[in-house]
Write a protein that binds this ligand. Structure first.
Ligand code: MN
Length: 143
């Protein structure tokens, strides 16, 4: 059991983290706890702090729960070699969830408020890994 956090149907607090990853290309790994794993997206640009900043988010392989705590150096020669540090962390609550859209209330230290992840409507499998990540303009109340 992870640190006595509340976990009920109406008020789910799921893990949210963004790891800054200085691999061959600097990027930011957004990870969200979903169905017992960490769903992961790589952001080539810094995460959006304000509404109106749209970021590409590339879906990458799921990671196991627990990886949200990882900081350190992935050794040279291994996949993703380079420094990993936690850039932001906290919890989120799902607001809307479909196969192609996630709307979430993020309670992080840097990112706070309602954010959306929307999948591009591409023709081939590779396109389906592309999502848009942004802070909603309409910060509607979540109860
Ligand atoms: Mn990475």
């Amino acid at each position: 059991m992870v640190s006595g956090r509340a976990k009920t149907d109406n008020n789910q607090q799921l893990i949210y983290v963004i790891q800054k990853h200085e691999a061959s290309h600097l990027h930011y790994d957004l990870r969200l706890e979903l169905d017992g794993i960490l769903k992961s997206w790589a952001l080539p640009k810094p995460p959006p702090l304000r509404a109106g900043e749209k970021r590409l988010a590339i879906e990458v392989e799921d990671h196991p729960l627990g990886y949200e705590k990882f900081e350190g150096i992935i050794p040279a020669g291994q996949y993703g070699a380079g420094r990993v540090e936690i850039w932001d962390k906290g919890y989120y609550q799902p607001v809307v969830r479909t196969d192609d859209k996630l709307e979430i209330l993020i309670s992080g230290e840097k990112l706070k408020g309602i954010y959306s992840l929307i999948r591009f409507q591409g023709k081939n499998q590779e396109d389906k890994k592309l999502w848009l990540f942004f802070k909603n303009k309409d910060q509607k109340k979540v109860c």
